[in-house]
Design a protein around this ligand. Structure first.
Ligand code: B1M
Length: 211
């Protein structure tokens, strides 16, 4: 669809106002919000990721693209989140310590809220202690962690080890995700589940909390 290509292009150009406007138009055209997200916003961000990797663009362009992505996500958010739903359980999410990437984690939060979970979002750069202290204080049964850097992935292991040391492993489940994370890594560090994307995170969380 032409409008989705245009959203992707304007996101790559870092034009947040155009992305905001085009996303609004796509919603008015009754295009499925999940399609707008996947084929417009995320597809544009994937191109940015490749260009950044190949040094065709640099950090300022990536920041502008991220701002544009937020402009689109702001439009879509109310369509994913239905208010006054009975809660399916309380969970804590965040991006691990040292990592400032939060677009994917925010998407996961929006989708999980939309699916009916009570989501406590600790934001980015979250220390292992803070994940656990919050989960205990709020009586949350699951911690969801996001990492986008290979250098911050080990923080997930630290959280799981800390759960173990406090006899909380199993009582508080863990779901991990983010571009460098794999099923194998989740197994290796003893996470309860790996979710490839936001939709998959709903499946994982529902399954783990139904135990
Ligand atoms: Co950075 N960055 N970045 N960056 N950035 C990556 C991750 C990188 C792969 C780019 C590249 O080289 N191709 C690379 C990492 C390389 C590596 O570790 N091997 C990289 C780097 C190097 C860096 C810096 C170190 C650059 C520098 O300073 N020289 C720096 C680090 C800062 C820090 O964190 N300490 C940095 C900074 C930034 C910005 C701040 C400019 C910006 C982030 C803005 C923000 O998030 N507010 C940024 C961006 C935007 C990217 C790329 C281009 C896009 C990431 C993104 O938002 N994707 C990224 C390239 C890439 O990933 N290919 C890159 C869209 C988002 C929807 O997808 O986050 O993958 P994603 O989330 C997905 C799934 O992964 C999953 O669901 C989402 C989709 O449904 N998911 C979960 C994510 N979390 C989950 C949790 C779950 C379940 C699923 O359960 C709890």
């Amino acid at each position: 669809m032409e409008i989705l290509k245009e959203i992707s292009t304007q996101l790559q150009l870092g034009d947040d106002e155009k992305v905001f406007e085009l996303t609004k138009q796509a919603i008015e055209q009754k295009i499925d919000p999940k399609i707008i997200l996947a084929d417009g916003l995320v597809s544009g961000m994937n191109v940015i990721g490749e260009q950044f990797k190949n040094h065709d663009i640099f950090l300022p362009e990536v920041l502008l693209a991220a701002k544009a992505m937020y402009a689109g996500m702001d439009q879509l958010k109310p369509l994913f989140i239905k208010e006054d739903m009975p809660t399916l359980g309380k969970i804590v999410i965040g991006t691990v310590k040292g990592d400032l990437h939060d677009l994917g984690k925010n998407l996961v939060g929006i989708m999980l809220k939309g699916a009916g979970f009570d989501v406590i979002d600790l934001g980015k750069d979250v220390s292992p202690e803070r994940f656990i202290e919050t989960a205990v204080k709020e009586d949350a049964k699951l911690i969801g962690m996001s990492a986008l850097l290979t250098t911050t992935m080990p923080m997930m292991k630290t959280v799981i080890e800390l759960l173990e040391q406090n006899n909380l492993k199993g009582k508080i489940k863990t779901v991990i995700g983010g571009a460098p994370i794999t099923e194998e890594y989740a197994k290796e560090i003893g996470a309860d589940a790996y979710a490839f994307d936001a939709s998959k995170s709903i499946e994982c969380v529902k399954y783990l909390l139904s135990d």
